[in-house]
Design a protein around this ligand. Structure first.
Ligand code: PMT
Length: 358
């Protein structure tokens, strides 16, 4: 805490924004978001922000090395599709090159996308080769056709009706600048705005004042016997050896800022990832108590595709889907999670509207 502004005392979150450069395209993004949100407001559609993938923390200004957060983007990309099916417009704030709604079915999979295709001339050679229309045609193999047609139709609908706004981030600071922009613009939706925060957000970062400009050179690590004159990330260790020691500051908890100021009327769902089953519930309750939002969805790294726990002011509820055996298609747990979240959202909207009328 330092100085006091007109409305709020200055906090770590304010200092974070003051000391980080905004993404260079922020003004363009803000304008595109405004168009997207206005369009859906006029159409009477609800909007959900889905965050997805992991944020990255650079160790150098001209970044070669960085610290990453785990997340392939499966939870976010899959959930976004179910929200679209349930009538929401979706802002998909995702780590660049992580999984995307619809294309996720064909990227990062064990099959290369070319394995889904065949040539008309090869009919008879592949058991499952498709019917084609002429020599040289590239066609979808018969066994993939039904599923691909279904995905294609949903993808086309989302594009044609401009239901999906893709917003990529890389660093934790770009994620936070975009989150703030989206949330403040979504205020026009009041309680009809939903925040579904599945991204894995960095807890520590190198402040710009300590960040090396160029690639850290192993040969340039500080002399352990010299005075500590290098305020960069690198330091010598206490035993006098040359080591790369990274000195990180905590990233302020922006969920607090989101709940209290950026999206005071929206429904906010956060996720909690743990690896130790014995602390998961306790961590979820701690997050709910600390941030006073609507729902924490807890999951364990090893079982996140088969079970999650909803922790809300109403209590705890486990959601489970059976684990697919070899050759079976896995039921997507997001097909259970998203309708439950939408039910809660509907209830919250009704309650807030009733409270306003009273
Ligand atoms: O993408 P997949 O491979 O399918 O994996 C999905 C998932 C396991 C990553 C996802 O289901 C999940 O659990 N995401 C949350 C991971 C996590 O615990 O993130 P966290 O500890 O960084 O953040 C927890 C909450 O605190 C988040 O809602 C975040 O917005 C918030 N937070 C975090 C850091 C920070 N500085 N400020 C925050 O407000």
């Amino acid at each position: 805490m330092t100085t006091v502004t007109d409305q709020h005392p200055k906090e770590d979150a304010d200092i974070y924004f003051e000391t980080h450069a905004a993404p260079t395209n922020l003004a363009l993004v803000a304008s595109a978001l405004n168009t997207f949100l206005t369009h859906h407001r006029v159409a009477g559609r609800r909007v959900v922000l889905v965050s997805s993938g992991g944020t990255m923390v650079p160790l150098e200004n001209q970044t070669v090395r960085f610290i990453d957060n785990f997340s392939a983007g499966t939870r976010g990309a899959t959930s976004a599709e179910y929200f679209l099916e349930m009538g929401y417009a979706v802002i998909f704030l995702h780590r660049q090159f992580s999984l995307l709604p619809y294309s996720r079915h064909y990227s990062h999979s064990t099959n290369c996308f070319l394995d889904f295709l065949s040539e008309w001339g090869r009919i008879g050679e592949d058991d499952d080769a498709p019917e084609g229309t002429g020599d040289g045609d590239v066609v979808v193999r018969r066994k993939y056709k039904a599923q691909m047609l279904d995905v294609l139709r949903k993808y086309r609908r989302a594009n044609e009706q401009k239901l999906l706004y893709l917003l990529p981030f890389t660093t934790v600071s770009s994620y936070l600048f975009y989150l703030r922009e989206v949330a403040t613009q979504m205020q026009i939706f009041g309680s009809e705005g939903l925040f579904y925060l599945a991204a894995a957000v960095s807890d520590f970062f190198v402040p710009p004042s300590r960040m090396a400009e160029h690639k850290i050179q192993s040969g340039d690590l500080p002399d352990p016997l010299a005075e500590d004159s290098t305020p960069a990330t690198t330091k010598s260790d206490s035993k006098g050896g040359r080591k790369l020691m990274i000195d990180l500051d905590p990233v302020p908890k922006f969920l607090k800022r989101l709940v209290e100021r950026w999206a005071p009327d929206g429904m906010i769902v956060s996720f909690k990832l743990e690896t130790d089953p014995s602390i998961l519930l306790q961590k979820c309750h701690m997050a709910l108590n600390r941030y006073q939002h609507n729902l924490v969805i807890g999951n364990l790294l090893a079982t996140r595709k088969y079970e999650v726990v909803f922790v809300s002011p109403d209590g705890e509820e486990w959601i489970r889907v059976p684990q697919a055996k070899d050759g079976e298609t896995q039921i997507e747990i997001e097909s259970e999670i998203v309708p439950k979240v939408v039910d809660m959202h509907e209830r919250i909207i009704k309650e807030k509207k009733a409270a306003k009328r009273a």
